[in-house]
Design a protein around this ligand. Sequence first.
Ligand SMILES: *Cc1c(COP(=O)(O)O)cnc(C)c1O
Length: 436
Amino acid sequence: MSGALRYLSTRGRAPAAGLGRAIAAGLAPDGGLYVPEAMPRLDPARFDPHGTLADTATTLLAPFFAGDPLADALPAICAEALDFPVPHRALPADGAHVLELFHGPTAAFKDVGARFLAACLARLSRPDARPLTILVATSGDTGAAVGAAFHGRPGVRVVILYPDGKVSPRQAHQLGCFGGNVSALRVAGRFDDCQRMVKAALNDDALQAAVPLSSANSISLGRLLPQMSYYAHAALAWWRERGRPLDLIVPTGNLGNALAALWVRALGLPVGRVHLACNANATLPEFLAGAEYRPREAVATIANAMDVGAPSNAERLRWMFDDATLRRELPASCVEDATIRQTITRHARDHGEVFCPHTATAVHVLDERREGGDRADWTVVATAHPAKFESVVEPLVGHPVTVPPALAAMLERPATAIPLSADDDALKAWLAGAAG
Ligand SMILES: *Cc1c(COP(=O)(O)O)cnc(C)c1O
């Protein structure tokens, strides 16, 4: 296989790596994020029009895997990870559509990336016989998806950090319900503290020598790459049917999901406009409106999986595109909690559609565009099932939301989490102790 794609660090001070190494490492050794050295170009005609989501993913990701020891396993990895439906359906109201990414085991789109990453890591041979510890900082959904994807797999252990009291009761239950090789740490701090603690542990060479560590945050290429699959699959079907690219409104926090859509467009596939829907955390909307890029502490909102003040994938975004291009081509909006609530209430009342608070940010962006006279066929990306956020959603819609069976099964299991202070050294000490 000629010309295996290599992956560079956004910080430019680490050697280029092959795909398997980049996936296994998570973060590059210089603290940067891995990005493909050049974006492959893909011809839409190369995709089987009758293929499944897993078939689309296999064709899409082949150039990213070419020449790597994982390449032969790609069809099996896609089949294993992408085995649930991703419906793209019309909304009753106004010709808009919704792409539902929440039909996996933990009812949020994070299942796609987590399951793919787990399927890759299970097939990567490691020189080290000791178990690999996967660290994951979560504002709610990632931790559950990663826990579910790795639960019971040999040779790996998962340590989940989440901000105590800042995830929904059902999310907290999901995070603590796994047991076995999955531990949950409830941190007395915010999501940004959890993310910083994970980075500090990953960058500590002495700790890494004692406890082999990797990460499963949205910085991981093994999560980002498969997230392109559902956009490519929906956009290709749309383009075959209508001859137009697919315009997307994406609920955004760490920017992994929206970046995947932009990468699909960069491959030459028919994704059109991408509009970022953020909650009150304004780092990206302010930057894209022309202000200096200013990461900051997160503020808590009812769309808690998007409570991010320092979006980790911004480094990839700004490595690939210059600021002027981004400001011209990437619209972004902030949606405050009160507006999220009104949106959930109104769409349930008027159209019988119940959205989770994250999805509702994107629905509001669509509503605003409609009020401004925009009649385009936007697709709203639905990132979680509303039953995960029942304490927000049910009082607004006035009736219980049916819990999907996989989520119901998790909620029936007992759950426990270990308390930890929001301190880098506290995590390092816990990891060193838990390994010994
Ligand atoms: C993680 C998450 C988001 C934000 O996705 P990013 O890739 O971090 O931008 C949005 N909605 C839900 C439900 C999530 O779990």
